[in-house]
Design a protein around this ligand. Structure first.
Ligand code: MF3
Ligand code: CO
Ligand code: CO
Length: 326
């Protein structure tokens, strides 16, 4: 109901919820057994003034303008630079993942290394988002906000890194294990990364973008995994999100034809149970409706004359199953 923080002393299960909804605490804000509980969010981390800022950085308002879908070679080279940096930051952030570290500490690290590289951390103040990276733990599908919660052995965590440099964004994410993780979650992570690659391998000029979702969905299906529908891949370039939509499931209406020079992300979110989501009161954190775990991987892709190029790939990228690691 309300968006205020819970009080220090929590009600008993059958008492009225602290939020004022009039419902019993146990039917309202009482955390369910084994679910992620939100911690404290630390103050805004400033970005030095010498770093070029995207349009929303000061106001938090996302203003969209029309941006060419097919990029010039010059923009593509800038995007490759932003993408390579995002991939490197993601890899380094992934190395921080261990039991006991808080997601806020990961945020502080990502924020600092992004700035040190001369880039702006794209999530910061994007539509009012308050942190420099998204940290999504266990049943959190995406857009988890870094906070004081310490990672626990057995957790899984997605880190979604985007940076803005040279006037363009590079966007990439991966899911990591916290210490020893159960085989069911490990399999989910493995298949989710495969789903992303199946989607990427479907990128071909002249074909509709629905081929991407078709490939992802067909790979998830035999495992009886869910494919999240509410969050999709997106065009990217001078803006974090442009009008191109990349569904991760099959819909024949996704009939945009891929053209050489187009740039977009492919970022499937795959679940152990339902594909449906619920939102936390913070209006950012999306969780699976059944509380089961979910994983995600993301790359920024360029359509080439005969297929695709991964702008967030290369030597420094984190993907163990990526083609360049074969
Ligand atoms: N990086 C996310 C994506 O893949 C977007 C995060 S928006 C934020 O599209 F505001 F939460 F940062
Ligand atoms: Co994205
Ligand atoms: Co992202």
């Amino acid at each position: 109901m309300s968006t205020t923080a819970p009080p220090q002393v929590l009600p008993q299960a059958n008492d009225a919820c602290w939020c004022g909804s009039g419902r019993k605490y146990k039917r309202c804000h009482k955390p369910l057994e084994g679910r992620v509980v939100q911690g404290e969010i630390s103050p805004y981390r400033p970005v030095p003034t010498h770093i070029e800022r995207p349009s929303y950085a000061d106001t938090g308002q996302i203003i969209r303008w029309s941006e060419q879908r097919v990029k010039t070679p010059e923009i593509i080279e800038r995007m490759r630079h932003a993408g390579t940096l995002a991939a490197e930051i993601l890899r380094l952030a992934g190395e921080m993942v261990r039991p006991g570290i808080t997601t806020d500490e990961i945020d502080a690290f990502v924020h600092q290394i992004t700035i040190d590289a001369g880039a702006y951390p794209s999530p910061l103040n994007y539509g009012g988002y308050r942190k420099s990276v998204c940290t999504s733990v266990n049943e959190v599908i995406c857009h988890g906000i870094p906070d004081s919660r310490a990672l626990v052995e057995g957790d899984i965590i997605n880190l979604d890194v985007t940076c803005y440099i040279g006037g363009v964004h590079g966007d990439t994410n991966a899911t990591f294990c916290v210490g020893e993780v159960d085989p069911v979650s490990r399999k989910l992570i493995e298949v989710t990364e495969e789903c992303m690659w199946k989607g990427i391998e479907a990128v071909r000029p002249g074909q509709p973008v629905s081929d991407i979702g078709k490939a992802i969905e067909s790979h998830a299906k035999p495992h009886r995994y869910g494919v999240v529908k509410a969050f999709i891949g997106h065009g990217i370039g001078e803006q974090f999100h442009t009008d191109i939509q990349i569904l991760h499931y099959y819909d024949p209406r996704a009939n945009t034809i891929m053209r050489p020079g187009m740039t977009f992300t492919i970022e499937p979110m795959i679940t152990l149970g339902t594909w449906q989501h619920k939102m936390w009161d913070d209006d950012w954190t999306a969780v699976t409706a059944d509380g089961k775990r979910t994983a995600q991987f993301e790359h920024t892709i360029l359509v080439t004359d005969d297929g695709y190029d991964v702008l967030t790939g290369g030597e420094g990228a984190v993907s163990p199953t990526a083609p360049w690691n074969h």
